[in-house]
Design a binder for this molecule. Structure first.
Ligand code: TTP
Ligand code: MG
Length: 431
């Protein structure tokens, strides 16, 4: 690895395999999923374009709309100038038009939950940083020789099972993986093995680096620092005296170093396993069998965390995306695998004869016993973060947290951890 011999390089970094997943034009992709007529067309998601509404901002735009200069956080009036509304454009208008949709967070969260389930199924540790973005540590699952296959299969599953496209970057740490996933958007897949990190980063403009926002970039450029390579060879002391600790961080990132572990934060509010059938089935015995397997996984995981649960639930997805959840609350918290099995089968009864594509089992209303303090396997999120800035990026992106951003900072899965023992299933919270 090119950076390994440098003074201060974190030891063992080259052993990690980290994925960064970021859905392409997420809100617009969700709108397209429910209205396929929007495919291939300029789509703008935002507020304030209706007749009489003068203010508002673009949350996101499809890549077709971006070609006409429409982008996130732009005033809606500017977007409307570049792309008049298809719905109200005069019949003789022969220029490009945009399809405008309002923000529908509840729907985007549903889509996000489905992606999250897939992510937790393929990685031991997942850090969700926003509604459409997560880091995965897959070090224990694959080596560098096979990670591209894993990344491709992840992209394909998100595409086929959820109906949106994601870009994936792979690197030996979070910062490199993030730059890699941004590098070839949309539908990108960029793998940067440890030995190629410095070479990959060196020619990139500094604002493509993780942690360098427009304000910092402007200042660095004024000092003659244009590329990550320039930043990597800049004087560290000077960077620190100008930008404080963040100066050291961006210097590290320019050199491809980032020792932050991929770790979820907090304690779980629920534990779930999900599993999809290769082909939808109406065989009720297969459904029951699968539910029992999921119940076993969930109760094993609860036992490993010393967790008691008060609510037991199932999720039944009928093709293509008809999600049904049922749950039953007990009078007090228990840790009782047999009870979970019988409640799950009971709840499943009403779906006998239905065609089922995917199943889930969840225990929630958790309380934890004395033993449970393992930081990697415990998490708790309150679903919020500082406006416009991802929590993990906060300290380094601070000066660029855009006041104009309309980003909804609901976290992509309220922060949860997982270690998933078997391939297809995942630990998720499927509210
Ligand atoms: P991003 O991942 O930053 O953007 P994106 O998914 O739309 O596009 P891409 O990743 O392909 O570049 O943000 C995810 C969602 O967050 C986005 O779809 C809408 C929302 N968002 C805002 O509401 N305001 C903003 O300023 C930004 C940047 C995003
Ligand atoms: Mg995105």
């Amino acid at each position: 690895m090119s950076g390994a011999g440098l003074p201060g390089a974190p030891t063992g970094d080259e052993k990690r395999v980290v994925l960064h997943v970021d859905v392409d034009c997420f809100y617009a992709a969700c709108e397209r999923r429910r209205d396929p007529a929007l495919r291939g067309k300029p789509v703008v998601v935002g507020m304030g374009y209706e007749a009489g509404a003068a203010h508002g901002a673009v949350a996101t735009a499809s890549y077709e709309a971006r070609e006409h200069g429409v982008e996130s956080a732009q005033p809606i009036s500017q977007a409307l100038e570049a792309l008049p509304r298809a719905a109200t454009a005069p019949a003789d208008h022969d220029g490009p038009v945009g399809h405008y949709r309002p923000v529908d967070m509840a729907y985007y969260r549903e889509v996000s939950d489905e992606i999250r389930a897939i992510l937790h199924g393929i990685a031991d540790v997942v850090r969700e940083v926003s509604i459409d973005e997560a880091y995965l540590d897959v070090t224990d699952r694959v080596g560098w020789h096979s990670v591209e296959i894993l990344a491709r299969s992840l992209k394909r599953r998100i595409d086929e099972e959820v109906g949106v496209t994601a870009s994936v970057g792979v690197g030996p740490n979070m910062s490199v993986a993030k730059v890699a996933s941004d590098h070839d958007k949309p539908d990108g897949l960029v793998v940067v093995p440890p030995g190629e990190v410095r070479e990959f980063l060196a020619p990139l403009p500094i604002d493509e680096l993780h942690g360098v926002g427009p304000v910092t970039a402007r200042e660095l450029r004024a000092a003659g620092i244009e590329t990550a390579g320039d930043l990597a060879s800049a004087d560290r002391g000077a960077l620190v005296s100008r930008f404080g600790a963040r100066g050291g961080t961006i210097h590290d990132h320019a050199r491809g170093r980032d020792s932050r572990p991929v770790e979820p934060v907090g304690k779980p509010k629920s534990l779930s396993s999900e599993s999809a059938f290769t082909e939808a089935t109406d065989a009720f015995d297969a459904v029951c069998e699968r539910l029992l397997r999921l119940a076993e996984e969930v109760t094993e995981r609860a036992a490993a965390r010393d967790a008691l649960y008060k609510t037991i639930g199932i999720k039944v997805v009928r093709p293509p995306f008809d999600v049904n959840t049922r749950e039953r609350s007990l009078s007090g918290p228990v840790a009782d695998p047999d009870l979970v099995e019988s409640v799950v089968l009971d709840l499943a009864e009403e779906f006998e004869g239905e065609t089922v594509r995917k199943l889930g089992v969840r225990v929630s209303n958790l309380t934890f016993g004395e033993r449970t303090q393992a930081p990697l396997d415990a998490w708790e999120g309150d679903g919020s973060a500082g406006a416009g800035v991802d929590a993990d990026d906060g300290p380094i992106d601070g000066d660029d947290g855009s006041g104009q951003s309309t980003r909804d900072d609901e976290r992509f899965g309220r922060d949860r951890a997982t270690r998933v023992p078997r391939g297809q299933t995942s630990i998720v919270d499927f509210t």
